[in-house]
Design a protein. Sequence first.
Lengths: 337, 100, 163
Amino acid sequence: MIDYLTSRDFLLMLLKMFIVFGGLLGAFAYLSLVERRVMAFVQMRPGPNRVGPFGLLQPIADGLKFLFKEQVHPTDANKWLYLAAPLISIIPALLSFAVIPFGPALQVTDLNVALLVVFAVGSLSVYGIVLGGWASNSKYPLIASMRSSAQMISYELSLTLSVVGVLMLANTLSLVHIVQGQEGTWLGFIPRWNIFLQPVGFIVYMIAATAETNRLPFDLAESEQELVSGWHTEYSGMKFGMYMLAEYGNLTASVCIATILFFGGWNGPSFGPDWLRMILPTIWFVMKISVFIFIYVLARSTVPRIRYDQLMRFGWKYMLPVALANILITSLLVALS
Amino acid sequence: MIPLNWFLILSAVLFLIGVLGFFIKRNIIALLLSVEIMLNAVNLTFVAFSSRIHQISGQIFVFFVLVVAAAEAAVGLALIIAMFRNRETLNVDRSNLLKW
Amino acid sequence: MIQALFVLFAALAVGAAINVVVQKHVLYSALSLIVLLVAMSGLFILLEADFLAVINIIVYAGAIMVLFVFVIMLLNLPEDEDGTDRLRWLKFVGIPMGLFLLFMVLATLWQTGADNAATTQMPGTPQAIGQALFTDYLLPFEVTSLLILIALMGAVVFAKREL
């Protein structure tokens, strides 16, 4: 076993893991700055621009603040669960990046059930919220965590069903093969993306992913006007920082999966000298993710919040039948062709 | 490679822990959890044999065990909620109204 | 290497199972069961059943155990009472008998021979499972969907306040 642990493959994988996860944690912190600036511009105010040029050092200042804050524990809070809940929240958010390909050979690992792994760790992230709310021993977090977990497990169904159409077209669960199946173009200029074949699936996926990651318009569980701060009311310091990182991590993971499944992943026109060709797929991928993150942040700044009963009714009575009808029609068309 | 009987022994130990939990615990939800441990031990046996004799039916049967466990957990928990509303306790020793 | 992984997952599974039985507060038992399910998925992956491992996490640990944790939190149970029930001596008979049963089972299993458990000739890919599930086992598949429908209706009826 020792010779495996010191072999070149293992060390290369460790290096990839460190690069991916270290870079990702930095990216999540800067995503908070992006969100605050875009929201501010929509609301016609400048946003954080004091700390560093254009506010670029703001996430670092926020991180230092979280590290140095006093950690207040509520009395009678369940000590182990209170400490473990942010960990349970951030581990799935990071784990789903282990199978996401950023480029032609740039993933930490490639499984032949990669897409299901992303959904599996997504369904484990419910526990971070449930336990965090319950362990705080306080009424607002409890209500918020119950609502949020009911919402998350309801929309998880529509999320998983909405990608079955893509799976039928691609015939594989491996994310690398799904991206490779979207290479090339029709008629020379329309890229062979799954969005043109599965528009309904894409819309259902985006709405369900918004509900899964507790973003507006589905963030009733952490609404500031009603529930102080939802399930992370009683958390302070780095534990709250971990919840924030976990939220941005879930957002980025669902956006990455949306581009991989529906928008061709890292496919894009390839031109230029050799060194440019090598990094161009990753640049296309990052550009596509940025567009979707921008759309998410815009949705947060413009759309009003949905009430809880409207949310549950929408999830069960409208989204689930639409996702099932999508599967039915797609399977009919695939079988006929 | 891992010998087959390691998996079978592990499965037997887990099954036994589930059986002991079922005998010892008095909380109804803990009894349900012990039943789930037993079902998981059986799943492990199915998959171990399925990979040994190269037939996929073991894994298919694990699917059905999973489905039955889900259905049983749902109905069992609904019954527990109804019981709790009537009796205010989940101790099985208190549910002895039919005894002489 | 694989044997070290097996020992790790097996120790995790046995430890989690013992924790389920030993804990007084039922919420900790449910959380230990989730750890057991994760260890089970690891063992399934060692047996080349990767689709089943992920399905175990999604269905069992991600849905059924959420149901358990919900009910435990909503009922807000206190810890197990240490009350005086008449059958307490049964514990001291049950455990030795259980260990005897384990000894008998292990004595039989120890002699099954050290054949290899997993080879790469039949991986549990989604394609293989899908083919078997929808051709040979189509009838049980449809019947289980009916079973789930009945369980759904039954759970709603039982848990309602007024019918």
